[in-house]
Design a protein around this ligand. Structure first.
Ligand code: SF4
Length: 333
């Protein structure tokens, strides 16, 4: 696709206005401007929508995405869109969720990426756990494959986990696959939580010592951590929750300095969207989320490969959809 000098210059200005706060230069945006122009043009022609997780890189988030959010927010956006095609910029299990909620739509992932949590457990593991704990209900964190969801009673996210656990009729709950999240929710309920040994390789990186060091360096800083972090980290922070909870906390806070104990994409988002607030300390990169590049988005729009098309066998899809519907029912109760 050819663009005029004026179109390219306008695109560079549009991109720089957003990306400068995340550390991008004029030279950087010059490289990506032809790509974002072409992607946005193809999106219109194909009646496509691009959904991006907050952990994606800023060129995707601010260059081409129509909606940015966490896994639950993206699922709702996928369910409510009128577009006929969804390009899902995130890891594969989230695109599966979009497909489950939109079986009639074409859902594409620009790059097929896994997730250490989703890959830590299989449907056979769930069947074995059910044998060992026949009276327990089974709740899976949304970071699981459709095949695993199909064997569980309900999904949950970091924001509705307590509602789902308390809403289940059983007094014992098998909670998979996040070991740390299971430990973090146990003190909040009278039910017995039976965990699994899955971990997010990004959030397990943070240590309580880092939290202490940042507090010492930045007196008054508010430290917000994702519930996928270890209990030792969670007990030292000002708020534990999902990425949406972090945004709400910052929005409602008069404080100026924050450390986000999560993936670096969230820190970039806050630098761009809340320039009046200062983000301090460190963050960690998810190698799965960062697998998607603009060139992959363009290629998936132009000539999607079979592996980029999200398809779920009907028997798995029906059971996994029932699991998601149970989560929605328990959350809205
Ligand atoms: S941040 Fe953690 S939970 Fe999210 S996709 Fe990466 S590895 Fe999986």
């Amino acid at each position: 696709m050819k663009f005029t000098e004026e179109q390219l210059q306008n695109e560079e200005l549009r991109l720089l206005e957003k990306l400068e706060a995340a550390g991008w230069s004029a030279a950087d945006v010059k490289v990506i401007a032809p790509l974002t122009l072409e992607i946005n043009q193809l999106k219109k022609e194909q009646d496509a929508i691009i959904l991006a997780h907050s952990y994606q890189t800023p060129d995707i988030v601010y260059g081409v995405a129509d909606f940015i959010g966490d896994s639950y927010g993206l699922s709702i956006a996928a369910k409510s869109t009128k577009a006929s095609k969804i390009i899902f910029c995130s890891v594969h299990f989230m695109a599966e969720t979009a497909k489950l909620l939109n079986p009639e739509k074409e859902v594409l992932v620009p790059s097929v990426a896994g997730c250490s949590l989703a890959e830590s457990i299989t449907p056979e593991d769930i069947k074995e756990l059910r044998k060992q704990h026949p009276n327990a209900g089974v709740v899976c964190y949304v970071n699981t494959t459709a095949a695993t969801k199909a064997e569980c009673d309900s999904s949950c996210t970091s924001s509705n986990v307590m509602k789902v656990i308390e809403g289940m009729p059983q007094d014992e709950i098998i909670f998979v696959p996040d070991e740390f999240m299971a430990k973090n929710v146990q003190p909040l309920t009278d039910k017995k939580i039976i965990g699994w040994q899955g971990r997010c390789i990004v959030h397990e990186e943070f240590s309580p010592e880092t939290v202490d060091e940042v507090r010492e360096m930045y007196p008054g800083v508010k430290i917000l951590a994702h519930t996928e972090c270890s209990p030792a980290v969670i007990e030292k922070v000002d708020m534990a929750g999902g990425t949406k909870d972090m945004i709400e906390y910052i929005d409602n806070s008069k404080d100026e300095q924050f450390m986000l104990v999560t993936e670096c994409g969230m820190v970039d988002r806050m630098k761009v969207e809340k320039p009046e607030k200062k983000m301090v300390g460190s963050c960690a990169m998810c190698p799965f989320m960062k697998k998607i590049m603009l060139k992959d988005v363009l290629q998936s729009l132009k000539e999607p490969r079979e592996d980029q098309k999200v398809n779920i066998p009907a028997d798995i899809a029906n059971k996994a959809r029932a699991n998601l519907e149970k989560m929605i029912e328990l959350t809205e109760k």
